[in-house]
Write a protein of this length. Sequence first.
Length: 532
Amino acid sequence: MVNINYNFQIKERDMSNNKKSKISISTALALFCFLQIQLQADILDSWVQRFPNTTVNKLNEVIAVGDIFIAVGDSGTIETSTNGINWKLVSLDTTVNLNSITFGNGLFVVAGDSGKVLISSDGAVWHDVTTDSLINWHRVKYANGLFVAVGDNGFVMISDTGQNWTILEPVCNGTLEDLAYGEGRFVAVGYPGTIIVTSTNGIEWTTVPNEDIAKTLYTTSPSLSGVAFGGGLFVACGTDGTILTSTDGLNWTNCPTGVGYTFSCITYHNGLFIAAGSSGKTLQSNDGANWILRYTGISTWYYGVAANNDIIVVVGDNGIIAASEDGGITWNQVCDSYDDNLEDIVYGNGKFVAVGWPDGLVMSSPDGVEWKQNTSGSSAYLSGLAYGNNMFAACGSGGTVLISEDGENWTNCFVNAKTGGGYTFSCMTYGDDLFVAGGQAGKVLISSNGTDWSLIDTGFGSWYYGIVYAIDRFVAVGSDGYIVVSTNKGQTWNKVLPAPKSSIKVSLPAWNYITYAKGLFVVKGQNGTIRT
């Protein structure tokens, strides 16, 4: 058993301008919510995102199979829905980007970066059949009894089962982004330039000559990223509003759209081609020649589009999913998007509490699984948190200090007004019956009860980003490589690093985190620097 009996903080920050870098809400909570007072060491091998209950990662494609929608995305993301409106994350033991999904022969197949291939019979339980290659696969489709995947450097991969795959020699000098099947022919598109390759069996591929394509274009070699087949027509989409059509996949016609947006994906459903892409835009056509531009109302970039008989769904950046129930005329965002950021987390009084920004963000959980957002009554950027003396204390921008006995109801101590300083405090710890916060301009705040605070100048101009109490001393670390120590309840501080001036100059990184365990203080800094 590993006994965890001290509070610790992990913060990744850019010290170059004394501002902290973002830590997404999903990343911070996924990292910490599993903690309990006693843990078995091997539990660290498995991680589950607990909040939010939908992804904040980029979604790369979505398919509709009957009433089931499945979306795949970056960092091993898979989400499922039975109606296109309500979505649920699937827990996977991978963080590889998943770029595409298809269904065929009773099997869902997902392809992604670094040769990743996953299969599932129900969309809920997935099995890894990753190939030995490190190729990034951008699209996988099932047609004519064959699974076909296309990816970087013109590579194509085929399988008749979805489990055993054969990688072919490169079929072109470029990246293949999408493929479709129709009229007895596979058609794949990509870049650079306007790459189109075709195959009648998925094994032998032929490149459509660029000069033949160029004859139809008004701009120079746009990149293509989407292709679909329907109503006897192939339609490809790409940069600068490019739309190309073909009845056989070999001879192509340019269809000027009059728009300059990039369209990354396209599908065909119920007599309608629907392309989606940059700036939240979609293009729609019932004949491939005449197109209508529509705005979903969400300014994002879409990478995947799918439809069933009731609803059209588009997916894109930051986990955004939008849906239309009137044929793509009006759209609604159906999954909340999260841009909240959590900066610190502790355990006390039988619950986990995390703080961050914007607007004095505070969240709590009794078990690390179910989380709720609480009202802090502050608009400050909160970045430090500690628990001691049966109390939570949080610190942040503008000298803000908040306290709470239960982690849900918070009181503002108005430290700024009492001390006359508007300094930002980035970190906090509890020890020796004291709360101590470190922050801007070498300043620390000290309190024995959480209500009354004293402002102390350490005598050094560093911005402190990490602080800990251990072996009868407070140790703070910060910018310019400073490490300072106090052994008298934070009243006076001595510099440990940088060392006194000498003839040898040593460049030290900004330190942004410190902890103590097993008889060692460990500090972490920029560029992965660690010192003990």
